[in-house]
Design a binder for this molecule. Structure first.
Ligand code: GRF
Length: 203
């Protein structure tokens, strides 16, 4: 799990738990990120890799990659990780990394999504879990959740409504991926046929 701040999505994963996956490592580029304390409280190993300590993005991403490999990470989950990952890192973890973004992509890529949604006057807003690609906030969509935008909404109220759904869909997506229930085909996420003997030898 890669994070830079609060770590409520990490907490959602920790709380959800499942037989098919576990959070094996929490990495932050920000020392003292609240999410790291949540991981520590749950007994999850943590690493801090302050990006400013590295000569450049390549060196930072080498260290990040090494930390993930050392922990035998199978799926990298980005939630509030405030560094753009370069094409080499993204290629290495292609289809083995997901990001959660607080909008119904492809609408409102980037920051400040809730304010921008209110300003745009959309009727629905939400969140997206997608496989990571080099382009920011883009990639095959695993799952989305929509929430209504209310006429009297504030940024804070809308953000809270979306965040509650983030905490539902992130564990859902991680479970589907861990259990091999979805795959990327032609840059779309498709459900895997559970009757396919290549997937489920007991069928
Ligand atoms: C979430 O809204 C996530 O969608 C976005 O950053 C926020 C992180 O929140 N990418 P938290 O650190 O998981 O509480």
């Amino acid at each position: 799990m890669l994070l830079s701040g609060r770590g409520s999505n990490l907490q959602a994963l920790l709380d959800a738990g499942a037989a098919s996956w576990r959070v094996a490592l929490a990495v932050s580029n920000v020392a003292g990120a609240a999410g790291l304390a949540r991981a520590e409280a749950a007994g999850v190993p943590v690493r801090t890799l302050p990006h400013g300590d590295f000569a450049g993005r390549a060196a930072f991403e080498e260290a990040l990659d090494a930390a993930l490999r050392a922990a035998d990470i199978e799926l990298v989950v980005l939630a509030g990780f405030m560094r753009v990952l370069g094409p080499d890192f993204v290629a290495r973890w292609r289809d083995r990394s997901v990001n959660i973004h607080p909008s119904l992509l492809p609408a409102f890529r980037g920051l400040d999504t809730h304010r921008r949604a209110l300003e745009a006057g959309v009727g629905w807003h939400g969140c997206t879990v997608h496989f990571v690609r080099a382009e920011l906030d883009a990639g095959p969509i695993v799952v989305q959740a929509a929430v209504p935008v209310r006429p009297d909404d504030t940024v804070e109220a809308l953000a809270a409504r979306v965040l509650a759904r983030e905490h539902d869909v992130l564990p859902l997506a991680v479970g589907w991926i861990a259990e091999g229930r979805v795959k990327v085909e032609n840059e779309r996420v498709v459900a895997v046929d559970p009757g396919d003997p290549a997937v489920n030898p007991s069928q």
